[in-house]
Write a protein that binds this ligand. Structure first.
Ligand SMILES: [Zn+2]
Length: 183
């Protein structure tokens, strides 16, 4: 059975956004704290023990603290039930939370090669030592199954597909080549 935990559902910036004075953000700061929301991300699991994040938002640390399924198991000094992070794009809203996942716990990042290339070219992501944090590329329109830490199949099949929209602004001025046209 696929389990999904919604970690956050707000757009980039969250609610309230730090520099926003719109009526919703204003209310979220004052009489309606229930309107507060962290930035969009989900966690998925097929076995309830091993979890995969879909994107790592800048709010990830707060989201992990608020989600018991993602806490270290009882009695373990160092442990995380997070087996991997699946990145759908390289926008700040999708990758900044990776920086909160340093400290040496092993997991795998799954993403398109263009996204992995952006992580490689931004040296701040070197805090995720590739000895512990493996990178695995995936292809558009090709199903893949992320693995558990022992290499066993996770029971989760993922089919990446393209959606319309503009590219990440962080990639606007880089020389990363586009994948060959399909068809
Ligand atoms: Zn606002």
């Amino acid at each position: 059975m696929l389990r999904v935990v919604v970690l956050g559902a707000a757009a980039g910036g969250g609610v309230p956004q730090w520099n926003c004075g719109c009526p919703v953000c204003l209310a979220a700061r004052t009489e309606h704290p229930e309107l507060q929301s962290t930035q969009a991300s989900i966690a998925v699991s097929a076995d309830g023990a091993h979890w995969f994040l879909v994107n790592a938002s800048p709010d990830l640390r707060q989201q992990l603290t608020a989600t018991p399924q993602l806490h270290p198991k009882a009695g373990a000094l160092r442990h995380s039930p997070i087996s991997g992070v699946i990145l759908t794009n390289s926008e700040v809203d999708a990758v900044a939370g990776l920086l909160s996942m340093r400290e040496g716990s092993p997991f795998t990042i799954y993403a398109h090669e263009r996204v992995l290339a952006i992580l490689r070219t931004n040296s701040i992501f070197n805090v995720l030592n590739e000895k512990n944090v493996k990178r695995q590329g995936n292809e558009v329109d090709m199903t893949f199954e992320p693995a558990l830490p022992d290499g066993a199949p996770s029971g989760i099949e993922i089919l990446p597909f393209e959606v319309p929209g503009k590219g990440a602004w962080t990639a606007a001025n880089t020389s990363i080549s586009l994948p060959p046209a399909r068809g």
